[in-house]
Write a protein that binds this ligand. Structure first.
Ligand code: UDP
Length: 327
């Protein structure tokens, strides 16, 4: 099996590449390195069945030879990144997804779209089943990501029904693990770096908002199960354990053995108040559920940052960056 992974040099993409190679796939990884990094793939041995193509998914894709599957992950994914790159994010979700679908159609490859829990916006239904249409603001600060992914889902559906492409849509909830950029502004990386540096953990909005954090190893396993199934989706992949940001801060302080204080900052505009996946569909149709608890996964992240000797200041800058747009 030869597969293409778009966004292969990113946090999730690089873990998926590892998982696919370990399963004996030939992998072509495509990335424009806008938010990804070659460092995330540097550990691959020279003999690995891996080929890297530096290209932008907004350009038509040309890859010679047979391709049996396309995992379309490419996109800025952290709120900090996509608010800095609004046009690019919309184009990647729109033009990039169209190009990836055209490519999958031409190769007669199965196509997996990595969509997001952000399609549910600031949800009014808890937990969120796939049948919920969401409560998303089309012009708010998060809209470039939310609407790009909603458009990508619609485009994927159109190619399925009008061009006969074999597709599956997967909605990913918050994912964490090693290789998240220390300054990507996301809460797990930011708190981990702050805790290690003994700096205050920047809790927005009192930390009463919730997320559901899933370890990247569980998500890569779920992506491949969805790809190997005959589901069209959408199917949620995420950890159904709902955690407030305040609880997460406490867990990270314990994992890092840190006595950092917390600093309260205002809640960014349109920051969803609750988010928790209903994973019944993945459980019944894919036999999938997460196996790594936060108590097991967070120490792994801390260890990763200890080893990579990340610099503390960068996370603080990230937390203060785009999120200045507060209520
Ligand atoms: N968050 C926080 N402090 C930070 C970064 C994020 O309290 O330094 C909060 C943020 O407001 C949100 C949650 O953590 O409610 C998750 O944020 P993240 O950017 O990781 O992901 P997303 O908002 O896309 O789920």
């Amino acid at each position: 099996m030869r597969v293409l992974v778009t966004g292969a040099a990113g946090f999730l993409g690089s873990h998926l590449v590892d998982y696919l190679l370990a399963r004996g796939c030939q992998v072509v990884g495509l990335d424009n390195l806008l938010t990804g990094s070659r460092r995330n793939l540097a550990h691959l041995p020279a003999e690995a069945d891996f080929e890297f193509v530096q290209a932008d998914v907004r350009d038509p894709m040309t890859i010679d030879g047979a391709v049996d599957g396309v995992f379309h992950l490419a996109s800025p994914a952290s709120p900090l990144d996509y608010q800095k790159l609004p046009i690019e994010t919309l184009e990647v979700g729109g033009i990039g997804t169209r190009n990836a679908l055209e490519f999958a159609g031409a190769k007669q490859a199965r196509f997996l779209l990595a969509s997001t829990s952000e399609v549910y916006g600031d949800p009014l239904v808890h937990p969120q089943p796939e049948s919920y249409w969401g409560n998303a603001n089309p012009i708010g600060p998060r809209s470039v990501y939310d609407e790009a992914k909603r458009f990508a889902e619609a485009m994927t559906n159109a190619f399925r029904h009008h061009r006969g492409v074999d597709t599956v849509i997967v909605r990913l909830f918050n994912t964490y693990g090693s290789r998240m950029r220390p300054a990507d502004g996301r809460v797990v990386s930011t708190f981990a770096i702050q805790a290690l540096a003994g700096e205050p953990l920047t809790i927005f909005g009192g930390g009463r908002q919730s997320r559901s954090f899933c370890h990247v190893s569980d998500i890569t396993r779920g992506l491949v199960l969805a790809f190997e199934s005959d589901l069209a989706g959408p199917v949620n992949l995420g950890n159904p354990r709902e955690t407030t940001i305040r609880e997460l801060a406490d867990l990270i302080l314990v994992a890092a053995e840190s006595d950092s204080p917390v600093a309260e900052l205002p809640l960014p505009v349109d920051d969803p108040r609750r988010r928790c996946p209903d994973i019944s569909l993945a459980e019944t149709e894919l036999g999938w559920s997460p196996s790594v608890s936060l108590e097991e996964g967070l120490p792994m992240v801390i260890e990763h940052y200890r080893e990579s000797d990340a610099k503390a200041g960068s996370a603080r800058c990230a937390a203060a960056g785009v999120r200045m747009t507060t209520r």
